[in-house]
Ligand binder design. Structure first.
Ligand SMILES: [Zn+2]
Length: 221
């Protein structure tokens, strides 16, 4: 297990002091929330040497992740299947009511927006950038918070095409950052077809898309 002994000790203290709000086991993953200077969300992979991701500044294999592991080892967890089993016995109306309440409480509206309208918003934001430079920051946040997680593969490519069409300055570090948000997502998905499309676009626009070359080297070697 790749946890520092000091971190493990602190994690145990967190667990003993009841700072693990809950620990849920779903398949090979543990999900939990741990109270520290904030309430942190933690996810631990039981199939991957207890690798733990956390929303704290430490990010992974931290004391919060270890606290969650400690809860699991002490049998202090709930099997997610038991929670989901209850849903099976509910009527469609009851499930719809639960779903509606979840959406409202957690602001999950964007899960239900069609990406068509998101793509149009992206294009709208791109067109604002040449008018006023600071709009690039709005565009970056939009990509990060809304676009990349909801867009399909084609739409990711389409946004890059629109950035080229709008004649953005691809030497500008903020424009490059916007581009890398999209590229990170494309390469994370590891879909060969879409990477081929990207390569074709890169061949036509090497001047603008110079940074794609770096990604390809890393991806293929
Ligand atoms: Zn943490």
């Amino acid at each position: 297990m790749q946890y520092d002994p000091k971190i493990m000790e602190r994690g145990k203290q967190y667990y003993r002091n009841n700072l693990v709000k809950y620990c849920i086991k779903y398949k090979n993953l543990l999900f939990g929330e741990v109270i520290g200077s904030d309430v942190y969300r933690v996810k631990v992979d039981l199939n991957d040497n207890y690798f733990g991701l956390c929303t704290c500044p430490y990010k992974y294999n931290c004391k919060h992740a270890y606290a969650l592991i400690e809860a699991y080892k002490n049998n202090n967890y709930i099997d997610a299947e038991e929670i989901f089993k209850e849903l099976k016995n509910k009527s469609k109306e009851e499930i719809l009511e639960i779903l509606k309440n979840l959406i409202i409480k957690n602001y999950l509206w964007d899960e239900f927006l069609d990406t068509e309208s998101l793509l149009n918003k992206a294009i709208g934001l791109i067109k604002l950038i040449p008018l006023e430079r600071k709009n690039i920051h709005t565009f970056k946040s939009f990509l990060r918070n809304q676009f990349v997680k909801n867009a399909d593969d084609e739409e990711l490519i389409k946004v890059i095409e629109e950035m080229i069409k709008a004649d953005l300055d691809f030497e500008d570090s903020d424009v490059i950052e916007a581009l890398t948000i999209i590229l990170d997502e494309i390469f994370r998905r590891e879909n060969k077809k879409i990477i081929e499309k990207l390569i074709n676009l890169y061949r036509k626009h090497k001047k603008e898309l110079w940074i794609v070359g770096d990604y390809l080297i890393e991806f293929y070697y």
